[in-house]
Design a protein around this ligand. Structure first.
Ligand SMILES: [Zn+2]
Length: 378
């Protein structure tokens, strides 16, 4: 059956990018296939790297189109939950209990059958840099659509508003949509073309950024002692520890740490929190004192424990309820470090605005997903 083989292709390309940490970390990214009537989009809480046919939600496109025409509440929280309800109502098989990704409407908007949305490290080095807006058309052509930071429904609205003028000018839908402080949407008639487009984008960026190899550094006994202390401090949470040359690039002094102190993307906030603790002290008691103070401040402000602690000469610590979440915090934060470092060739990092950070902190959809699944799909 025609549709069946297309879904198999969708599974294959989802796994291909989902299992490559340069493109997707943890539950990040989402993919879809559509025909005239239906769209199959990754379900919330599934991971692209291991996804199967059952990991996709089938939705009725005529019902999705209504979301674009409807007037929603001006209250952000209410609007997001209203949109969520309408997304759920567009499912063909609601009894399967799958929830469509929050970016489903955006997938539906683009007329190409295949859409692969990821948050690649190299792309985000440009998207989270000072020169994102000017360099994107220079590197990828005027027909690469660039969208300023937005999340959830407002991201959908922003893209929707730009499409008519785009179609007038180029006679087609954009195949590359670059999202500032977020990632990229690549769309095409075939998965082969999707791969070619990704190759082109990565190739151009790699030639400019020239990523250096990261080398492991020794984990000292002192570093291990601190790991136990941190676990005790956080009420027996799991603490993952790594030490490499990437950490060294940022832990030397407060100025170096500043480049990774404000999140670049919503993903970082979901997995690592909105602030991170750094200590440049020498002796273990001094480090502990500084970290304890950092913990107190963080708990007061966010009513939860911090997720990331970076300590000069010792390494990077990730906290989580279990080993998986602690390791994921490290993976996501290391990606953040790479993005920050690589963005130096594009004028340095461009973090999220305080307004966007506050919006995400109070965003019900985000909160629900984190509490429920402990992973993200944006
Ligand atoms: Zn995303």
């Amino acid at each position: 059956m025609e549709t069946g083989s297309k879904i198999e292709e969708l599974v294959e390309i989802s796994r291909y990018y989902g299992s490559d940490p340069d493109y997707v970390i943890a539950g990040g990214g989402n993919t879809s296939y559509k025909d005239d009537r239906y769209i199959w989009v990754k379900a919330s809480g599934t991971e692209l790297g291991t996804i199967g046919k059952d990991g996709f939600v089938q939705l009725d496109r005529s019902r999705l189109r209504m979301i674009g025409e409807k007037q929603y509440s001006s209250d952000v929280q209410r609007r997001e939950s209203q949109v969520k309800e309408d997304l759920l109502a567009a499912r063909v098989d609601p009894e399967k209990g799958l929830r469509p990704s929050v970016e489903t409407s955006l997938h539906d908007l683009i007329e190409y059958p295949f859409v692969v949305h990821t948050h690649p490290t190299l792309v985000n080095a440009l998207m989270c840099s000072q020169q994102a807006a000017e360099k994107t058309p220079q590197l990828f052509g005027e027909d690469a659509l660039f969208i300023e930071p937005a999340a959830g429904y407002s991201l959908f609205v922003k893209v929707k508003e730009r499409l008519p003028a785009y179609k007038d000018k180029y006679g087609k839908d954009p195949q590359l949509i670059f999202l500032q402080n977020h990632g990229i949407f690549v769309s095409a008639h075939t998965t082969k073309e999707i791969r070619e487009l990704y190759e082109m984008v990565s190739g151009k960026l790699r030639a400019i950024i020239r990523p250096e190899e990261i080398k492991e550094l020794p984990v000292t006994r002192e570093a291990e002692t601190l790991r136990h202390e941190l676990s005790r401090l956080a009420g027996d949470k799991f603490v993952a520890l790594r030490h490499n040359t990437l950490h060294r690039h940022f832990y030397g002094d407060a100025e170096a740490f500043r480049a990774i102190s404000i999140p670049f993307t919503p993903d970082i906030m979901v997995y690592c929190g909105a602030e991170y603790i750094w200590s440049g002290r020498r002796s273990l008691p001094e480090i502990m004192e500084e970290v304890r103070e950092g913990f107190e401040k963080y708990r007061k402000k966010y009513r939860r424990d911090p997720g990331i602690i970076l300590v000069k000469d010792l390494g990077l610590y990730g906290l989580g309820e279990n080993e998986k979440t602690a390791v994921t915090a490290l993976d996501v934060y290391e990606d953040f470090m790479k993005v920050s470092k690589y963005s130096e060739v594009f004028g340095g990092p461009h973090p999220l605005s305080q307004e966007t950070i506050d919006f995400i902190l109070g965003w019900e959809v985000e909160h629900y997903r984190r509490e429920r699944y402990g992973k993200d799909d944006r």
